[in-house]
Write a protein that binds this ligand. Structure first.
Ligand SMILES: [Zn+2]
Length: 285
């Protein structure tokens, strides 16, 4: 049996120890994701008793202080996709009032999304230590953009729907970057490979998360004298791990900082194109 338990123990209420800095906040998310991923992996052998316990403070939902709304105390703000298969708190083994979560299809940085992240930075700075852009494998929004890129006539399906068209349009630069990356790495004939469409989608998902993280960093640094650190990662729907598929992965679970310039993005693109994930989709492994 596998259990994920939100537990309030009145004898031993959890003492809320907030991460001191961005690095501690990143570690807390990475460890939480690792616990979640191995719990559900029968091959891992890491699950001791088949359960993850998330300590719960009743004050965080206002039960312990009647008449008073709890104060927001998130240590991380997450910009993630709206996909129902990516329950943000669950995949990081976190509880109520620990993360400020903004979700929109394709985890694009819309004006409203940026405004929400900006609100967190402006108003929750006392507890906030880290900003995260979270993409995920097999993203439907990125798939729609990649399909419109590969077959422009399919764009007519969203042309009359302004809100959806807006999301697809926002994702086109990442798809174009992914296409250029695959061609630069593997040659022009790569698009003839049977697995090219899936490789394009997964590459675009990674580049989109990195580019969005870089944009978020840029937008907020224009307004903040001491901007918070921004990282990104991809939640794999199969392995349930948050990582960035690259030719050399230092850790199976990781959140990383985005490149700062065009040369950095070129290098990231090459590392992604040479990752085991993309090579596998292209039939090279
Ligand atoms: Zn998605």
């Amino acid at each position: 049996m596998i259990e994920i338990v939100y537990r309030f123990d009145p004898e031993h209420p959890p003492s809320r120890i907030q991460p001191a800095d961005a690095e501690e906040a990143r570690k807390k998310l990475e460890v939480g994701n690792y616990e979640f991923a191995v719990l559900l992996d029968p091959r891992s052998g890491h699950a001791v008793d088949g359960s993850v316990v998330v300590p719960f403070d009743l004050q965080d939902i206002g039960i312990d202080s009647p008449g008073n709304a709890p104060r927001q105390q998130p240590f991380a703000a997450i910009l993630g996709c709206a996909d129902a298969r990516v329950p943000t708190e669950l995949i990081f083994s976190r509880g109520c009032n620990e993360m400020f979560v903004v979700r929109v299809a394709g985890n694009v940085l819309s004006r409203d999304g940026l405004g929400s992240m900006d609100y967190a930075v402006e108003n929750l700075r006392g507890s906030l230590r880290l900003l995260v852009v979270l993409g995920h494998s097999q993203c439907g929004a990125v798939t729609a953009a990649a399909d419109a890129f590969l077959n422009p006539s399919s764009y007519l399906n969203v042309a009359n729907n302004h809100p959806i068209r807006s999301i697809v349009n926002t994702l086109f630069p990442a798809v174009r970057t992914a296409a250029d990356t695959l061609e630069r790495t593997w040659g022009r004939d790569i698009e003839r490979k049977p697995g090219y469409r899936l490789a394009l989608i997964e590459t675009a998902i990674i580049m989109n998360a990195a580019m969005t993280a870089r944009m978020l960093m840029q937008e907020l640094s224009l307004q903040q004298p001491n901007p918070l650190k921004v990282v990104y990662g991809i939640y794999d729907l199969v392995s349930r791990r948050v990582h960035v598929p690259r030719s050399v992965e230092k850790s199976p679970t990781c959140l990383v900082e985005p490149p700062l310039d065009a040369a950095g993005f070129l290098q990231l693109g090459t590392e992604v194109a040479r990752s085991s994930l993309i090579q596998g989709l292209l039939g090279f492994q």
